[in-house]
Ligand binder design. Structure first.
Ligand SMILES: [Zn+2]
Length: 416
């Protein structure tokens, strides 16, 4: 067992595999367009499965199209140690978001195979269906079904903008598997991913040891004032819903700054009625998104937000409807999985820091039903969901080595 500490992945093979998948559904500007359950998604899956079969893995596809490629352990009664992510992309997606996590897991298992290393528990590589939520909303739908957050019938019935359902498209591309989603055990899940933010790069760290994910609240806001003539209505006494909205938007930004550095807040969508240059806007609709990794801080932010929105609306003489349409509690990853990642990182000698995921990931769903953690590597400028997304081969290799050794630790802990 001791010689496994010397094992290292093949960074060049990892890079070439990422580039090979990136050629399926190429984007116009160097990225990829491989929307969930399209022909391109099928071709990417087919190539992944071929690679897994070449190293003797057995393949199971469940009825949400999730793929599990299994390498047996010495004791196959143990729940497998699973690593992976997603192969689907945004319409103008990069080559690394999701793909890296799948192919890092593949490279880790290829390394075990090449070196004839056995593990106590089996190891599996997972591909989750429709993580991006771009063609079929919501995002992370299949890991959500696995975790019991969504009913399967609901997921199958979701349609794209052409009215095609997720279930029909799964069948059409041949990935409606026989296994029932959620029926296969996961002993632990590890997901490697590019950070999709600027922190590791700015701090000059190679590895992010991810301890959890942010919680968030989503609101719909409708302000009702009064439409009135832009020329003949004096400034005093106007009930201008857009001016009230402007003050609220500024307040939303200030709110996150007050809870710096971890709070974020965004107004991303707005419509103005009647949207005419010479009428005072009588009605405005907009959205608010607030996030924080700490449940108590998030609750404080929410309470402050609600009080301040009401006060601003009153000051401008507009009626306010603030609906919280969705909320998600912060997630905390499993201490043993975090420790496995942290120990692997320090024994390999990589610079690292603990961090919280700003984005949602399949791991943030699965952690509700199985021990989970994540490994982040830097990406250039923190840019993601963009064809210019890029990452350094050396960082990808480092993250993959961490994944390999964290998998070994977890797979051998049970009865090694
Ligand atoms: Zn992703």
């Amino acid at each position: 067992m001791s010689e496994t500490t010397q094992l290292r992945v093949d960074g060049k093979r990892l890079w070439e595999s990422i580039m090979a998948i990136g050629e399926i559904g190429p984007g116009q500007h160097g990225g990829s367009c491989r929307l969930a359950l399209t022909d391109e998604d099928r071709d990417g899956r087919d190539l992944f499965i071929r690679w897994c079969e070449e190293i003797g893995c057995s393949i199971t596809v469940d009825d949400m199209g999730n793929i599990f490629a299994r390498r047996d352990g010495r004791n196959n009664d143990l729940a497998p140690i699973v690593a992976g992510s997603h192969l689907d992309t945004q319409p103008h997606g990069g080559k690394f978001d999701g793909i890296y996590g799948v192919l890092a897991a593949l490279e880790a298992v290829r390394t075990l195979h090449d070196n004839d290393v056995s593990t106590a528990a089996p190891v599996e590589i997972v591909v989750w269906t429709n993580e991006e939520g771009s063609r079929f909303a919501p995002a992370m739908i299949s890991s959500g079904v696995y975790a019991g957050l969504f009913e399967k019938d609901y997921a199958w019935a979701i349609t794209d903008s052409d009215g095609k359902s997720l279930g029909d498209e799964l069948k059409r591309i041949g990935y409606m598997g026989a296994a029932s989603c959620g029926s296969n055990p996961i002993g632990a899940l590890l997901e490697a991913h590019i950070e999709q933010g600027p922190i590791l790069e700015a701090d000059d760290q190679q590895i992010g040891v991810v301890v959890g994910g942010q919680g968030q609240h989503w609101y719909d806001v409708t302000l009702k004032g009064q439409d009135s003539h832009a020329g003949s209505t004096p400034m005093p006494g106007r009930r201008d819903a857009l001016v009230a909205a402007a003050e609220i938007i500024t307040m939303v930004q200030t709110l996150a700054l007050e809870f710096a550095p971890q709070a974020v807040s965004t107004v991303g969508e707005m419509s103005v009625m009647p949207n005419s240059r010479n009428t005072i806007p009588g009605e405005v609709f907009f959205t608010i998104d607030i996030r924080n990794p700490d449940e108590n801080v998030l609750a404080q932010m929410a309470a402050q937000l609600e009080a301040r929105v009401a006060a601003i609306a009153e000051k401008h003489g507009v009626e306010c409807k603030l609906d919280e349409i969705w909320d998600k509690a912060p997630v905390k990853f499993d201490p043993d999985c975090i420790a496995a990642v942290a120990e692997a990182t320090s024994s390999l000698g990589y610079s690292n820091q603990q961090m919280v995921s700003g984005a949602g990931h399949d791991a943030c769903q699965i952690c509700l039903v199985a021990p989970t953690s994540m490994i982040f590597v830097p990406c250039a400028g923190g840019l993601s969901h963009n064809e210019q997304e890029s990452a350094e081969p050396a960082d990808l290799e480092a993250g993959c080595n961490v994944l390999l050794h964290a998998m070994l630790k977890l797979a051998n802990r049970a009865n090694a």
